[in-house]
Write a protein that binds this ligand. Structure first.
Ligand code: B12
Ligand code: SF4
Length: 588
């Protein structure tokens, strides 16, 4: 009998495509011959070539929101070439109807059972949704994907997923939506036996410095974690990094088990240094004390730490974005990672952005990156106007007044009000005037704010390491756009450090120069203190010379390169420590 063939298409990322790896494991177990295609940039040509040469019986797409428009076009083209198409993944899950127009089979939610039925020929065409999680993870087919994409095999960090599900409510995320879809939060834990088998299979064939647990909230259940930590340590013994919520640091046994099990670092989101935005816009009711205390507990155990933040959310302004930076300068994470909000339709953030007039959520217009310029029209006075009202109206930690509020547009901006409530009227608040008006920034001011935050995002992880880095950024971002360049940053940084670190900076600069045998390259001379706050700073300066950073003539493009290079440097030399590193020259 002819062996059936499928092509599996997903997006090429720096992280290996887990969904594809596991689903192709199932395809292998069911006897299908498979061909993986990972789309780089937005070029689907390799897919069309594979359809011609491999002659598949089926093409499967895994799609997330942001690259769906082009993926749908590609799916249509494949169908026009006479091959049936199945679509699954987050976009099919959360925008099922739209996906249904472009495929023969659409799989919403958990995919293993559907994929099995599909490959066994017993899945009717149409939309399939099974809210139950009734099929275990198969052993992935890394061999096949690594053969086609050797970069993943060579990568010293391999990813694994040990559980699915998250009980939290962050507005910008699809996890709460998933919970609604499946009838409430459910944590689906993989068997520890399976995870260890998978990790050992990876170790036998590929170089591994670290495993990255991609779970939304790793180690949520303590009994599972206890068993996992014990077995991983003895049966795998490779360091690992995981993602958690700050709330999970409250039970210190969890952090101890992380340490005992070989965890070397964690990633967690703070999202905003402003309590109002965190609580009422992002739905992360985490008081400052929880953040500070949780992070101290992590650091006290010698774990490396990535904090994550989202800049330019509705009701933010440059002041709140700098507040987020300020908090990070105090917390001293290993890396302070920052993104710029993309407000997805279908999430609570999409609802807030749409209702209050910041943006009309249109997923088809969004890009699939974390770092693009904000698409929102921002407000100058919105937070000032609504914060006391919202805080006053909030009934408990699970209440979301912004979602309950009604809005109407007027020529100046938006009128927001509650229709029904027994509002708590604060002193000075007129009880007979329940409408609260705020306005939007004019186009030029909005554009300037968006430009400022692009620069802030590119410099965030560095500035978080500079003493009072938020003050430096405040001054730098107040400059006209033409001055946002490497050289001016150098001048401003020197001036900033001269007050308070006058003597020390001479020594720092001298030590950097020494590492270059007494002569700094001209680009490095312009901004030497960029390198003194980073691990293995002189080597980083040399790397920037090698990648041609100093030859990039467009300052905006140069900042893009700088942001990316700095981030990756900090990953390798501080967060995951895949490279040996020396401490930063500047110690405060
Ligand atoms: C790791 C991860 C990443 C990695 C990349 C991983 C990779 N190479 O694939 C990185 C960090 C790069 C990433 C980036 C982004 N991510 Co992300 N990411 C995740 C995360 C945490 C895990 C994904 C994963 O591996 N899951 C495990 C596998 C097994 O699940 P899966 O891929 O969904 O596959 C299952 C089903 O979907 C289904 N399935 C999948 N494909 C197919 C195909 C067929 C034919 C069938 C039948 C079934 C099927 O079967 C599988 C088994 O059940 C998820 C959250 C989560 N818990 O899933 C978010 C998530 C996928 N990311 C999300 C988003 C929004 C993004 C960004 C677009 C964010 C942004 N605004 O910038 C960016 C893209 C950035 C860019 N281009 O630079 C959203 C997607 C929402 C949506 N509507 O699409 C998620 C769901 C987070 C969330 N809760 O909101 N992400
Ligand atoms: S904690 Fe993470 S996965 Fe959970 S809702 Fe928030 S962003 Fe989503």
């Amino acid at each position: 009998m002819k062996q059936l063939r499928l092509i599996f298409v997903a997006r090429h990322e720096i992280i290996e495509p887990l969904g594809m790896l596991y689903l192709l494991g199932l395809a292998r177990d069911l006897g299908w011959e498979a061909f993986p295609v990972l789309v780089k940039q937005f070029d689907f040509t390799p897919l069309y070539e594979a359809v011609k040469s491999f002659r598949p019986d089926l093409v499967c797409f895994s799609i997330w929101t942001g690259y769906h428009v082009l993926a749908f076009q590609a799916a249509e083209k494949v169908r026009a070439m006479g091959v049936p198409v199945a679509i699954g993944g987050p976009h099919a899950t959360f925008s099922t109807e739209q996906s249904a127009d472009h495929a023969d089979w659409i799989v919403k939610g958990d995919g293993f059972r559907a994929f099995r039925l599909l490959l066994q020929g017993s899945l009717e065409k149409g939309v399939y949704f099974n809210p139950k999680h009734d099929e275990d993870f198969p052993l992935p087919n890394r061999g096949l994907v690594y053969r086609h994409y050797p970069e993943f095999g060579k990568n010293p960090i391999k990813s694994i997923i040990c559980s699915t599900g998250c009980p939290f409510q962050c507005t910008y995320c699809y996890a709460p939506h998933r919970n609604e879809m499946i009838g409430g939060f459910r944590l689906e834990l993989r068997s520890i036996e399976d995870i260890i088998r998978e990790a050992r299979a990876v170790l036998e064939k590929y170089p591994v410095h670290m495993f990255y647990m991609q779970d939304d909230v790793f180690g949520f259940r303590l009994d599972w974690l206890q068993e996992f930590a014990r077995r991983w340590k003895t049966e795998v013994g490779i360091p690992w990094h995981c993602q958690i919520r700050l709330e999970m640091t409250r039970d210190q046994r969890r952090l101890d088990l992380f340490r005992e099990g070989g965890c070397t670092g964690v990633t967690l989101a703070i999202e905003s240094g402003n309590d109002f935005l965190r609580h009422h816009v992002l739905f992360r009711p985490m008081p400052d004390e929880l953040i500070v205390e949780g992070i101290r507990r992590i650091q006290a155990r010698g774990l490396t730490l990535r904090t994550e933040q989202i800049l330019q959310v509705p009701f933010s302004n440059l002041e709140t974005d700098l507040q987020t930076l300020e908090l990070n300068t105090r917390l001293e994470p290993t890396i302070a990672w920052a993104s710029i909000l993309a407000p997805y339709g279908g999430t609570n953030m999409g609802t807030i952005a749409g209702k209050f007039g910041f943006y009309n959520p249109d997923n088809d217009a969004l890009c699939d990156t974390f770092f693009d310029r904000s698409v929102l029209r921002h407000t100058g006075d919105g937070r000032e106007v609504l914060e006391p009202i919202v805080r006053g109206a909030c009934r408990d930690a699970k209440d979301h007044p912004l979602i309950r509020m009604k809005t109407e547009r007027n020529e100046k901006g938006v009128e927001a009000y509650f229709e029904d409530d027994n509002l708590v009227v604060l002193p000075g608040m007129a009880s007979e005037s329940p409408r609260h008006c705020f306005s939007f920034l004019d186009e030029a001011t909005n554009s300037r704010y968006c430009d400022q935050v692009v620069v802030l995002q590119r410099l965030f992880n560095w500035a978080a390491k500079v003493p009072q880095g938020h003050k430096l950024m405040e001054k730098f971002l107040a400059l006209p756009k033409e001055k946002w360049n490497w050289r001016t940053l150098g001048i401003f940084t020197r001036r900033h450090l001269q007050c308070g670190y006058g003597d020390r900076i001479v020594e720092w600069e001298w030590r950097l120069t020494e590492a270059f045998s007494g002569i700094l390259p001209s680009g490095v001379i312009e901004n030497p203190f960029y390198f003194t706050f980073l691990p293995s700073g002189p080597e980083f300066a040399k790397r920037l010379c090698v990648v041609g950073f100093f030859d990039v003539s467009d300052p905006a493009q140069q900042l893009d390169v700088l942001g990316q290079e700095t981030r990756h440097w900090l990953y390798d030399h501080a967060l995951y420590l895949v490279e040996p590193a020396s401490p930063p020259i500047a110690t405060i």
